[in-house]
Design a protein around this ligand. Structure first.
Ligand code: DQA
Length: 150
C-alpha cells in the first residue's frame, strides 16, 4: 500500500521550528517509528513524503494521489487546517481516506482558531499532540482501517 504523508506550511524545518511546541525530531524519524508500531507489516507500506508552503500545491498533490489511486493520506495541513475551505473541498470530492495529524495538541493551544478544523469532517479521524509519533499513529490507523479491517 502507498500512503502519502503531506505536510503543509511551515512544516519544512521540523526539529528546528519552535522545538518547545513541535519537538526536536524531523520527518526522518518516521520510518523507524512506523516499524516500531507495525513490525513486519511496515514492509508492506510505502510512505511518500511531500511538503509545501503553498495551498495550491497541497491541492495539486492530493489530486495527484487521487489520480494514481494512492491508498491513503496522512495530512498535517498546518495553519491551513483552520482556514482552507479549498483543501476541505479537495478532500471532499476526491474521497481519499485521510487522517488529519498535528504535532502539537491543537485543542490545548491558546489561540482559539487552532481548535477548529475545516478539514476534519472529511477525514477518517484525527491525531494530535504526539510529535512525529502522531504521523506514525496515523499510518497505523490507516493500515488498520484499509488492510486489517477493510
Ligand atoms: C500544527 C498546528 C497548527 O495550528 C499550526 O498552524 C501548524 C502546525 C501542528 O502540527 O501542531 O503549523 O498543524
Amino acid at each position: 500500500m502507498e500512503f502519502v504523508v503531506i505536510n503543509g506550511p511551515n512544516l519544512g524545518f521540523l526539529g528546528q521550528r519552535q522545538p518547545e511546541i513541535y519537538g526536536t525530531e524531523g520527518m526522518d524519524a518516521l520510518p523507524g517509528l512506523v516499524e516500531r508500531l507495525l513490525g513486519e507489516d511496515a514492509g508492506r507500506i510505502r510512505l511518500t513524503l511531500f511538503q509545501s508552503n503553498s495551498e495550491g500545491a497541497l491541492i495539486d498533490r492530493l489530486e495527484e494521489a487521487w489520480k494514481v489511486k494512492s491508498d491513503g493520506i496522512v495530512l498535517n495541513a498546518g495553519a491551513y487546517t483552520h482556514t482552507s475551505l479549498a483543501l476541505a473541498d479537495c478532500l471532499a470530492w476526491t474521497g481519499l481516506p485521510c487522517v488529519e495529524v498535528h504535532l502539537s495538541n491543537v485543542h490545548a493551544r491558546q489561540s482559539a482558531m487552532r481548535h477548529t478544523s475545516l478539514i476534519g469532517r472529511h477525514c477518517i479521524g484525527a491525531i494530535a499532540g504526539f510529535g512525529i509519533m502522531s504521523y506514525a499513529l496515523a499510518v497505523q490507523a490507516l493500515w488498520q482501517r484499509l488492510a486489517v479491517q477493510p
